[in-house]
Write a protein of this length. Sequence first.
Length: 387
Amino acid sequence: MKPRLGIVGMGAQGSIYARLISNGVVPNLEIGAIVDENPMRRQVVESEYPGTPFYDDYLMMLDSGTVDAVVICVPPYLHPQMGIEALQRDIHVLLEKPAGIYTKQVEELNAFAATKPELTFAIMFNQRNNPLYRSIKQIVSSGAIGEIRHNSWIITTWWRPQAYHDQSAWRATWGGEGGGVLVNQAPHQLDLWLWICGLPQSVYAKVGYGFRRAIAVEDEVTAIVDYGHDATGVFITATHDLVGTDRFEILGDSGKIVVENSLTATVRRLKRPEQELSDAMEPEDVANVLSRSLNLADYYSSEVIEFEKPPAGVQHAGILENFAANILDGTPLIASGSDGINSVRLANAIHLSSWTSQEVPFDFNDDDYLAELNNRIRKEGLFPERV
């Protein structure tokens, strides 16, 4: 029996998921109900999905008996509490990204989900379903390029004009949205970075708040992470680069991967670890190094992996189908809901480092971040503080 999915929020994402399921792209799910607090959406649902129960109250839908699972597509501040409400009623949960805005609320969600191991708890990290990044993950995890020594991701393909920020009173505010590019545009890349390269020990960041736009939150970020054992990484993102760059490099002690525009990966595998190649060099070889006349094929192989950009919605459909398969037969999740804490923690650590002008541990004190966040919400005077 197909799980009956409740779609929470019929904005851009919720509408996409409804169409994917209705059009049979996700064959192991059916729409059980739709909820949205905007009464105008009722007419849309009645027209496009006749017979589908519509609610304007989330809890009423959860208590209606019309859904076995929910996908939560509302502002991120609401994700943790809505997730807990569903799990309390033995309803499976798929969260939109990010899992929340601050670690304390996401930790509470994860802790409660852990008490319900029989329920499926997942997150819409659809980029984990991208064949390119799945291949990169496999190459790195297999040890084919050795231990990571350094990585960097420049992802500035998020150009947003001022009018984008001005279209909603909650957007680009601390109290309404909870952040800028780290919360809105880049969570998928933050997740992929951590998923592929691992969790850092500490973070140091330089962040521009309202750097090129009249907003309170971040529109430019440069973050340096330390993994320990002399390995480092850099993450750069912004919303004011009209041209934009998407380049991800991973340097290992036995190879290197360069990803361009999330479509092409050049993978170079050293014939021996770099340190061994260096130690084996004779003095007479140095001239060839300096003149760039080495036969590089003697030192490494090179492979180019290319992927076409998938049709819109395919990766999202794959996550929805995987979510339903886990409910039905225990198929392993592509992205467990508990994984959502990592990218939230990284975004929070970047904020906290910039606010304090200090390097901060990745496992920072949750209450310290929340206090700093509430200071900014209080100064805005637009929304209530968070607990």
